[in-house]
Design a protein around this ligand. Sequence first.
Ligand SMILES: *Cc1c(COP(=O)(O)O)cnc(C)c1O
Length: 400
Amino acid sequence: MKEVRFSKPFTQQEAIPDSGIARALDILKTGRLHRYNLLPDEVGDAAALEMEYAKWQEVDYCVACTSGGYAIQLALRICGVKPGDKVLANAYTLAPVPGAIHNVGGVPILVDIDDNYHIDCNDLAVKALESGAKYLLLSYMRGHIPDMDKLLTVCNTHDICLIEDCAHTMGAKWRGVRSGNFGKVAAFSTQTYKHMNSGEGGFLTTNDPELAARAVVSSGSYMLYGRHGAIPAEDVFQKVRLHAPNYSGRMDHMRAAILRAQLPGLENNLARWNQLYDRLHAHLSAMIGVMIPTRKQDEFYVGSSIQFRAEGLAASMIPDFVAGCAKRGVELKWFGDDEPKAFTSRYDSWRYIDDIPVLPTTLRVLEKTLDMRVPLTFSVDDCDVIATIIDDELSRLRVN
Ligand SMILES: *Cc1c(COP(=O)(O)O)cnc(C)c1O
């Protein structure tokens, strides 16, 4: 029998909309790429993007910057993290998250997760008490949103400032409120593999006028902060402008232009992602030896990737399973690997952190966790083919 294969690349994004390409070309022709290089009365694409994104995100202030990781660092700084300060963070995340904490001199305090890839709010309370940390950098890793009531209760009880890393939840909601609107400050990424694509890029959002002014000046505005799009009044800047250091990390007009062209289509893209995700979820849920968390009703997720556990396999078999799928064109990433590979690393490989804790649930859950990108260049039919291959390879290796 002929084996089914899949041939589309898992790293292929959709093209930038034509309007974005046209606008980018116009900008190239003007030569005015820098966000503060404007004609009199010209708004500029960077400022326009900030206004448009703030409106879409339902937030007062937005600063466009060079990357999501940069936005996280800036968020930590404006919230007041100083060298030596402890910052709580869920252990299941990607390397730029602890990296951002380290970059501002903070000390990551890693928190366990639960079986559904959420931060464990009980462990969060324990670690908050033990460490005395006053900051939580919450990463909605792979788009999984925890019970926000519980989480906010822990934050309030321990007087913790919440900073949200929404790299995987742009557009996601908890009980109708957009992810990013729960904490003091939020960070978003527009790097190629996220929900909007400018190669590299990010946003910082907040409703706090003073923090917004600090973020603008520190993002590298010099005294040209008035050219930004979604900012507080001049008197707020007067208070902070000489006290906020310039940590140069601005977005330019080219990237802003291609993001502006994508924003009107974002909502529709979220629905398209979820069609693919829901199809894959249905297939995976029905497979023997696969454990896939059911998503909470309160959560409106964006299924730009999918995670499942190969519970039917011994951990030692997982590399064979991954290799078997890869041979047939299905690219899975294994979060249980001792050795960090490509974008994927487990928390115990971040050796610059002193006293890396043993987090039993994180280790158990990740041991058999497989992670798959779901790019919008795939169709629902592609999801059927992918699922067939996963099921075949699983059956081949399953013990029972
Ligand atoms: C991508 C990502 C970041 C960093 O974003 P960049 O724009 O690549 O710097 C931060 N956190 C998570 C969870 C991410 O996936």
